[in-house]
Unconditional design. Structure first.
Length: 189
């Protein structure tokens, strides 16, 4: 009797495990596949000031790259061999003092791609800073510096604020030395 009971419990346990694993397989979420364009959009959305150095291409950039290709005696316009591609891109870097970012190396498959890369200017100016350089119409004014109220320094309304019980706190470490905070007086505790 005890042997039959043990076999029944073992069988029930194995059935429970098989049903549980089937339920997990049914609940498994599909794997998301990301495309190169989605990754590019994600990086672009994260902001500016990527670690690129500014670069303005020389007028004879294409000619200099073709000279480098001729000096390395490349067999064809294609850059199929990885060691050949590395030598060519390294020689182009030595010639033009502008390196190819790791994220763009896979895009350069031919000498023409490399020429197009080295003829493209790299501007690292943030669009907000670019606004400072353009001439604005008379009716438009951009305030570049942040304005904070402080009762001791603001004399426009004799140091009185529209929000007497609201403090002006500077929470960021970057601006703590630049802007002075103000702790409002509380009437209760």
């Amino acid at each position: 009797m005890a042997a039959i009971l043990r076999k029944t419990l073992i069988l029930a346990g194995s059935l429970h495990r098989s049903f549980a694993s089937a339920a997990k397989a049914a609940k498994a979420k599909p794997v998301k596949t990301s495309t190169i364009s989605a990754v590019g959009e994600s990086i672009a959305a994260k902001g500016f000031l990527r670690p690129h150095k500014p670069y303005s291409p020389p007028a004879d950039a294409a000619e200099r790259i073709r000279t480098v290709a001729a000096s390395l005696q490349l067999k064809s316009d294609q850059l199929g061999n990885l060691s050949e591609k590395f030598e060519f891109l390294n020689a182009c870097f030595q010639e033009l003092q502008h390196g190819v970012p790791n994220s763009q190396v896979h895009e350069l498959r031919t000498v023409s791609d490399v020429i197009a890369f080295y003829q493209t200017a790299v501007d690292t100016t943030v669009p907000f800073d670019a606004l400072k350089r353009i001439e604005l119409p008379e009716n438009l004014h951009i305030q570049y510096e942040y304005v904070r109220f402080h009762p001791e320094t603001d004399t426009k309304f004799d140091g009185k604020t529209a929000f007497p019980k609201s403090s002006t706190l500077v929470t960021g470490l970057k601006y703590r030395g630049k802007y002075e905070g103000h702790e409002a007086k509380r009437s209760w505790p």
